[in-house]
Design a protein around this ligand. Structure first.
Ligand SMILES: *Cc1c(COP(=O)(O)O)cnc(C)c1O
Length: 387
């Protein structure tokens, strides 16, 4: 993480809401933050049952499922590990098109599984036909994929990819929906996803510290005999606890207060309007980038191809001579936080996280500032002397 802890970390008196555009963590409404201040309750007993009951309908809607949604006190990476530990017996195929999908493969390898990787260039997306060809060559227990690849801004066509995996009856579909859940339709049940996971601090616009997951019946059957699932992320235990409106271990109750509050906001806006707002922000960002030759004096390509762009994050390739960290710093001096590129894309791109509770109007102010930063000739750049 960069040092955005002071001037721009959320709505403060100086800057107000609408200046923090990292692709996670995202800005959190004051009322959602404040909800954490309620008195603590024990994690066994009626008060916690009531809290667990309260959050289920909203979470199920976000994931597009009729099944119970588990709440894990961990970041999303914890549930990526849960996905492979519970869903894989020996061999997994990882679809890689960026840093987070690569992380999925790395986790599976670290857990001792045999991992084959199907990789497309970063920024691109996977296609069902190549996936089908690969699945015909070898038998896999599961396929991992990332819906919205936050490092590149690409949105994988998970409906088609999942349908393709489902042609192979013994292979499970494991989906990271960390930056799509809450900003784009996930539709876990319709699409036959066996495990879908997300974290609290992305499009759900909550503080970091919780992760959510939905496991299919098939996933739980697989988990029942999974040899390397460990203890903390045992999905069978999670679902047994869910049946009792509880969690297996002590949950971050104060974050669940925030979750309950945010789900009320999400339901008031309606999930459909929320998706539309995110799509509008992504479109606005792309239109602005398309006009950059005139406004900025240089091409500013959106990395992901049209038609496969995430509604929650846009990755822009910078003109020669500009770097992600330098542009992000210059933005910060103007009071806005955006992300530099991620992983190997860090030096040559920036990422705008237009997710959570932001609006097109707030995004416009970010783009105005970015236009200024990118237009400024090198000598006049705040960072010019240092490079
Ligand atoms: C942020 C992110 C993660 C990791 O989430 P943590 O909460 O930091 O563990 C995983 N996948 C994607 C797509 C992400 O954007």
């Amino acid at each position: 993480m960069t040092d955005n802890s002071t001037a721009c970390s959320g709505p403060d008196a100086e800057n107000g809401f609408g200046r923090f555009f990292l692709p996670g963590p995202t800005e959190v409404r004051p009322s959602v933050l404040a909800a954490q201040k309620r008195a603590l309750i024990g994690h066994r007993g009626e008060p916690v049952n009531a809290l667990m009951r309260e959050i289920q309908p909203g979470l199920r809607e976000v994931f597009g499922t009729a099944r119970p949604v588990l709440v894990s006190t961990s970041s999303a990476t914890g549930l990526m590990e849960a996905a492979v530990r519970n869903g894989v017996r020996e061999r997994v195929l990882s679809l890689v098109n960026g840093a987070f999908s690569e992380r999925f493969a790395r986790i599976a390898r670290a857990c001792g599984f045999e991992v084959d990787v199907l990789e497309v260039p970063w920024g691109g997306v996977h296609d069902p036909d190549s996936l089908r060809a690969r699945l015909r060559e070898r038998r896999y227990d599961a396929v991992t994929m990332v819906h919205s690849e936050t490092s590149t801004g690409a949105l994988n066509p998970i409906a088609g990819l999942a349908a393709t995996v489902r042609e192979f009856p013994d292979t499970l579909v494991l989906v990271d929906a960390v930056t799509s859940a809450g900003g784009a339709p996930v539709r876990a049940d319709d699409r036959g996803l066996d495990f879908v996971l997300a974290g609290s601090q992305k499009a759900m616009a909550l503080p970091p510290g919780l992760a959510f997951g939905v496991a299919s019946e098939r996933m739980l059957e697989r988990s029942a005999s999974a040899a390397r699932k460990g203890v903390y992320f045992d999905l069978v235990v999670f679902y047994d606890s869910l049946a009792k409106e509880q969690t297996p271990n002590t949950p971050a109750v104060t974050l669940m207060y925030s979750l309950a509050e945010q789900l009320r906001h999400i339901s008031a806006e309606s999930l459909e309007s929320r998706w539309a707002r995110h799509s509008a922000m992504a479109r606005r960002c792309a239109e602005w980038a398309d006009a950059a030759r005139e406004s900025v004096g240089a091409e500013l390509p959106v990395l992901a191809p049209e038609g496969f762009r995430s509604p929650t994050v846009t990755c822009l390739l910078l003109p020669r001579g500009r770097t992600g960290p330098e542009v992000a710093r210059a933005m910060k001096e103007r009071g806005f936080v955006i992300g530099a590129g991620y992983g190997r894309l860090k030096p040559r791109s920036v990422r705008i996280g237009h997710m959570g509770d932001h609006t097109v109007e707030e995004l416009d102010r970010v783009l105005e500032a970015l236009e200024e930063v990118l237009r400024a000739p090198p000598g006049q750049r705040p960072e010019g002397g240092r490079r």
